[in-house]
Design a protein around this ligand. Sequence first.
Ligand SMILES: Nc1ncnc2c1ncn2[C@@H]1O[C@H](COP(=O)(O)OP(=O)(O)OP(=O)(O)O)[C@@H](O)[C@H]1O
Length: 265
Amino acid sequence: MRIAAEKLSWSVPGRTIVDDVTLEIAPGETVGLIGPNGSGKSSLLRCLAGLRVPTTGTVLYDGEPIRDWDARRIARHVAFVEQATDTDSDLRVADVVGLGRTPFRDRWRGPGATDRAVVAAALARTGLTELAGRHWKSLSGGERQRTHIARALAQRPWCILLDEPTNHLDIKHQLQLMELLASTDQTVLVALHDLSLAARYCDRLLLMHRGHLVAAGPPSAVLTPARLADVFEVDAEIGLDGLGNPAVSYRGTAHGATASARIRP
Ligand SMILES: Nc1ncnc2c1ncn2[C@@H]1O[C@H](COP(=O)(O)OP(=O)(O)OP(=O)(O)O)[C@@H](O)[C@H]1O
């Protein structure tokens, strides 16, 4: 599914948080959304997921404006893994993942064979099969995060939006998730703080700064030392690690480097 935003802005009283963003993500693309804290990534994702109504501009799924779509119709197209979402503490892991089937079920009917098979597959893909019967409340931060990812997979959406999904995940599960996102046929937009992971696994990157989309393109075109200094205020080099994967190396903060140079005798 193609997901697009045309001249999208979202404001709160006195402040524009997402400012005139136009973007398009092609079916099957894996796109990383990067930018400093507070640059508007989550707000943009929430607009694209239909959870926030843009102040101006339009969100389009396959060319169709979603302004009048109800939540159920949106959920049949797009799954959203938010940062630190809480869930009813009485539920077990399989029940939380099963919530991903809600948009496809008759309101009064319980889960059918297809729902159960899809939930089992989502649990397996996220390595949660053995935890299926555990109570949500007893899970670690990383296990909760993986449960939310499994819930999104159980939605079998055309497009997955994820907001910093690698938070809380150990390195194996970070790599596993990024491999899954890079290999799926679904359209993926994932907000990431780890620029090396973003460069390695994403087809393209979108860079947000102060609510604006300031760069879009292949990782090698978006991640330049000048842009990392301007936008992230870090002194960085972009190269390859020992295995030949793209890697961003940091000398320090841009201001820190200046300050330490200044105080050195
Ligand atoms: N409902 C709101 N009311 C007022 N300000 C808001 C609201 N939602 C977000 N903001 C502000 O908008 C800015 C962008 O927030 P957003 O969460 O979109 O940034 P982000 O790029 O996802 O940041 P982070 O990397 O820290 O998660 C922040 O300064 C935030 O405080």
